[in-house]
Structures are given as C-alpha cells and as structure tokens.
Design a binder for this molecule. Structure first.
Ligand SMILES: Cc1cc2nc3c(=O)[nH]c(=O)nc-3n(C[C@H](O)[C@H](O)[C@H](O)COP(=O)(O)OP(=O)(O)OC[C@H]3O[C@@H](n4cnc5c(N)ncnc54)[C@H](O)[C@@H]3O)c2cc1C
Length: 461
C-alpha cells in the first residue's frame, strides 16, 4: 500500500481508481485487503488522524475467523487474541440482607457446530485494525490517505460523478468505478445515496471499560439479577472487557456519587473483581455506550455501495457489529474482484452483494434485538422467562445448535414457533428431543451461497 502525499496547492487534484473506500475501520480495511490480494486499484481514505479514541467491538464470531483464515490472517489474529469457546450465564436473586442467591447457571458452547472455526475470539479492536492495515499495506494496488475526509459527490450524472475529499493539503476529486461507504454509523455516503433507514432505540445504556482480571475469569460470562446485567469478556494480557447495563441518566448519578459506586456495582455481582476493578482510576476510562439499531432499505445505488455499520448497526448484546462488517466486506470484496477479473464491471452485478448480505445482516440484527429485549425489563416474571429460555436452549440439542449456529454467522437455521414455545417452557425440551440427523451440515453456508454469482452466468433478475 502506498501512502499518498498530496503537496500543498490551491488547485483541486483529480485522481482515478477502480474502487474508492471511504473509511478505514474494520469494514474498509477488510475490503482493502481483499481488493489488494486481487490487484484491484483502490484508494482508501480515513478522516481521523489517529483512531482508537472510542471503544468498539472486540468479539470475533466463527464466520469472521473463517474469513480471516482465507485472507491469511487467522494465525496472527489468534496470537493476538483469546479464544472463548463458550459463554456462561449466571442468574442471581438479591436477598433482603443484600446477599445474592444463585438461581441458575448455564453454558452455550460453540464446539457443537461442525466447523474448524467453532469458537469465538476476543481481540482488541485497534489491534485487529492494525493487522488488517499491515496486510493491506503489502499490496501496491492499494493507496491510502489519512487524514482525508469525504464530504460528498460532485453534481455530475452518475457515471461521471466524483467523490470530494478534504485533506490537510487541499481538496481532491476522486473518480472511481465504484464508491464504497464504509464510514460507520454516521455515513455521509448513505446520506448522499438518500436511502430509507429504519431506526430502533432502547430503554437502557451501557458503561464499558477494560481492566486487569483475576486468572479465574477465563470465560465469557454474563451475570444477571432482576435489575443488573454485567458482561465480562476476557482479553489478552490478563485484561477483561466489561459491559454494565444501566438506566439512562444512571451514569450521571454514579459520577456524582464517585467511582466507588461503579466498583460496588461490579463487586456485588462478582466479588472476585475486588482489587481489580479499582484499578480503573478515572471516569475518563469508562465509556458510555448508547445502543441503537438501524437498517437501510438498500445497500447499493448505481455504483455506490454501503458496507458495515454504514448499512446496519446492531444492538451490541450478541457481539455481532464488527462481524457483520467483516462478513459484508468479504462478500463485497469477492464480488468486486470477480467483476474486475472477468471484465464484467456493469453496476447490475453489485446487486448480488445486497442479495447475499442484506437478509443475513437483518437476521442477525433481529437476533441481537431479541437478545437485548431479554435483558431490558427489570421484572421478576421477565427474569424467570429469561432463565427458562436459556435453560431450555442449553438442554435441547437442536435449540442449542440453532442458537450457536445463528450467532456464529456460519449459517442460518431459524427458530420455529414450536422452538419458541419450548424456550418459553410451554412445551418440554429434552436433550435429544430431535436428533441432529445430518441437517446441521445443510444449514451451514457453502461457497455457492456465499458467492452465488460464481456459479451463475452473472445475471441477476
Ligand atoms: C461506541 C461503540 C460501541 C460498540 N460496541 C460494540 C460491541 O460491544 N460489540 C460489537 O459487536 N460491536 C460493537 N460496536 C460496533 C462495532 O464496533 C462496529 O460494528 C464496527 O466497528 C463496524 O465497523 P465499520 O468499519 O463499519 O465502522 P467503524 O468502525 O465506525 O469505522 C468507520 C471509519 O470511517 C471513518 N470515517 C467516518 N466518516 C468518514 C468520512 N467522512 N471520510 C473518511 N472517513 C470517515 C471513521 O473515522 C472510522 O475510522 C460498537 C460501536 C460503537 C460506535
């Protein structure tokens, strides 16, 4: 990758590329690696001089590990991360004397899925970006300008329009065959496309921070009471990422009361954190996270394409945001490489990307939303329903498999109305209530489902 240096001048500099990627986050960088590996002439622009100022997703799901393996990065990612093959759920009841009584303990396991990638993995967000950036940097066909901010398109007709980029040295006008908006939640490319967007907000916020962890905390763990939710996800270097659910406005109250109120919220739920959580010595290290969910009506318009959070953001409960970005860019990258390689660069082929990715992203977005709802209401019957749901899912081989497959991104096997009734305890769920009789292989996406244009004549209705 070449770093473009534009010398100071008042003139607008014009440049031409096959693909312009706007945004150097996980989505943009994954796409840059894919395009670099196929020698597609690409420019990537990133507005921030320095990134990493806010916390972003760190949990990689199995499908993302598969993709990282195919681009040659899995071993390095493993060396820089922590594998987490299961997730533990602990539910407690707070007694009148303040002590906690355990109500249930369950475990969801990725190793049920028949795949070499049947685990999740935690890696610091900026570390993953650095690894992707270094990989993209190996390819001469990739240029990179940072800081450089996309501000909109020129007014010309579709095929002639250019992207306007502000840099320290002046304005650039980039003409590309394809423009990819990978700028995250507040995407100016999406605004320019003028597509419809559905938005959901939630009745809760989160506080998130990493801090040193005791050795005993080596599994993904969710601890809940009727009123509290604390998620703990081990990171490398004996750290842990924590996510505490709070009511809107509670952050302000906690800050007024002092850091002790924050330490107390953690240690009451998991006393082993005493002496560890106190190492957070400033509110500045604790980030307020306001979950939102959005989905756009279209991922593609003419030769403009959205990927990652620009197209959809999901509630963070299921740890899917960064994964959707990687999975979008994998399919988009594979399609663009195929279009250039086979000289079929007509815009109509881009619809393959939307056809594959939009239903999958919407499915995962719904799952994350449903998981969020389970933890959104502080009522005793709601807690009982949640405990039942988790227990029934763990105890039925089919429900457990569906849960893990649908989270993994490796495939989709939808829950039926009967599954939902079992989860709610209205029907019994037993360990072998359905035999997994070969169907579990059919519900894993194969290459034809991931990249269907390769098996067709490249036509789409
Ligand atoms: C506060 C927060 C917390 C999150 N927590 C979780 C979580 O717990 N679990 C989870 O799975 N996901 C989480 N996510 C979501 C996850 O981080 C994202 O899904 C993932 O980072 C999406 O990657 P992306 O590349 O699409 O977007 P981003 O990571 O947002 O990257 C977009 C990049 O584009 C750049 N950019 C923006 N505008 C312009 C412009 N005009 N010109 C040039 N460059 C531009 C930005 O500077 C940024 O570097 C969180 C996101 C946020 C914001």
């Amino acid at each position: 990758m070449r770093r473009r240096e534009e010398k100071g001048s008042n003139e607008v500099i014009e440049m031409q590329y096959d693909v312009l990627i706007i945004g150097g986050g996980i989505a943009g960088l994954t796409l840059a690696v894919k395009l670099g590996q196929s020698n597609v002439k690409t420019l990537i622009v990133e507005k921030d001089k320095k990134s990493g100022l806010i916390y972003k997703g760190e949990l990689l799901q199995p499908k993302s590990l598969d993709i990282l393996d195919r681009i040659g990065l899995l071993e390095t990612v493993k060396e820089n991360g922590v594998s987490l093959p299961s997730i533990q759920f602990h539910e407690f009841e707070r007694m009148d004397n303040g002590s906690l009584k355990k109500l249930s303990e369950n475990e969801f396991r990725y190793d049920l899925i028949q795949s070499p990638y049947n685990t999740s993995l935690m890696i610091p967000h900026e570390r993953l970006k650095k690894l992707l950036f270094e990989e993209a940097s190996k390819y001469d066909s990739i240029d990179h300008i940072q800081p450089a901010k996309f501000t909109g398109f020129t007014d010309e007709e579709s095929s002639k329009k250019k992207a306007v980029i502000e840099t320290k040295e002046g304005q650039l006008e980039i003409q590309a065959n394809f423009y990819v908006g990978a700028e995250g939640r507040a995407s100016p490319t999406r605004t320019a496309m003028d597509v419809e967007m559905k938005k959901t907000s939630y009745n809760h916020h989160f506080l998130t921070v990493s801090f040193p962890r005791p050795d005993s905390l080596d599994k993904s763990t969710i601890i809940t009471t009727q009123n509290r939710f604390l998620g703990l996800f081990p990171l490398p270097n004996n750290e842990v990422r924590s996510v505490l659910l709070i009511k809107p406005g509670e952050f302000k109250e906690m800050r007024k009361e002092g850091l002790d109120s924050f330490y107390r919220a953690y240690c009451e739920l998991i006393p082993e954190l005493d002496g560890y959580v106190q190492q957070i010595d400033s509110w500045k290290k604790i980030q307020l996270m306001i979950p939102v969910r959005h989905n756009v009506s279209q991922y593609v318009k003419d030769n403009i394409i959205l990927t990652g959070d620009a197209a959809h953001s999901v509630h963070p409960m299921a740890g899917e945001g960064m994964n959707l970005a990687i999975q979008d860019s994998d399919v988009l990258g594979e399609l663009l490489c195929w279009m250039f390689k086979t000289n079929q660069t007509e815009w109509k082929h881009l619809r393959w990307y939307e056809k594959v990715r939009k239903p999958r992203a919407e499915f995962v977005s719904r799952l994350s939303h449903q998981a969020a709802l389970l933890y959104s209401f502080p009522y005793r019957p709601w807690q009982r329903l949640r405990i039942k749901g988790v227990q029934q899912t763990e105890h039925s081989s089919v429900l457990h498999y569906k849960q893990m497959l649908n989270t993994s991104g490796l495939g989709i096997w939808k829950f039926t109305i009967f599954d939902r009734m079992k989860q709610a305890g209205l029907l019994p769920a037993r360990r072998n209530d359905h035999k997994l009789s070969g169907i579990e292989q059919k519900v894993i996406f194969d290459k034809n489902e991931d990249y269907p244009w390769k098996g067709s004549k490249g036509e789409i209705g």
